[in-house]
Design a protein around this ligand. Structure first.
Ligand code: IMP
Length: 178
């Protein structure tokens, strides 16, 4: 347990950095070898902002960066299944390769929604990179090309992820024990 916090560490700061380092190398090699279309890194707010900042500085690729803010959870711990867009991206996706950066893939609704919208916007290739993946929770089949850590079915916070807007600032990923 962390001092004064009801949080149990699941993935430490050092392990997160090692995992992100390895993932950045894998993404850099694969994307360098696959096509020459311009690359957009699309960070999904709010949860992915910490992961995206760490990942992007380790990629040996030139890219544009943009942001999209989605919502499917409200203040609950389960997805409503309906994804709504609170802030859209600004760059044109026409003919671009897009690397979507997610904090966690859970039911898969968010990835499915983004893939459909990016295809409609003319994206040439779409890749998903997620810090965390909870495959046992999947409700729709989605392909996540790059995952740093697979986790069990438990609600996690920290390193950008929140529980009702709390705990995003924690430097590790943990589980709330209340
Ligand atoms: P999906 O659409 O169900 O795959 O959910 C994706 C979004 O749900 C993520 O981007 C997170 O914002 C949120 N989410 C899912 N699981 C967790 C969790 O364990 N902690 C915090 N947020 C979560």
């Amino acid at each position: 347990m962390q001092k004064d916090l009801p949080i149990e560490v699941l993935i430490s700061e050092a392990d997160l950095q090692r995992g992100i380092d390895q993932l950045a190398k894998k993404i850099s090699v694969q994307l360098k070898n696959e096509g020459a279309d311009p690359l957009v890194v699309l960070c999904v707010l709010k949860g992915a902002f910490v992961f995206a900042a760490d990942l992007i500085r380790r990629l040996s690729l030139s890219c544009e960066v943009d942001f999209v803010q989605l919502s499917s959870y409200g203040s609950s711990e389960t997805s409503s299944g309906t994804v709504t867009c609170k802030k859209d991206w600004e760059v044109s996706m026409q003919g671009k390769r897009v690397l979507v950066i997610e904090d966690i893939v859970d039911t898969g609704f968010t990835c499915q929604y983004l893939r459909e919208r990016l295809l409609a916007g003319g994206a040439a290739d779409i890749y998903f990179a997620s810090l965390l993946n909870k495959p046992s929770r999947r409700l729709v089949p989605v392909e996540v090309e790059f995952v740093a850590f697979e986790i069990e079915d438990q609600f996690v916070v920290g390193f950008g992820l929140d529980a009702d807007e709390k705990y995003r600032e924690l430097p590790f990923v943990g589980v709330v024990r209340e």
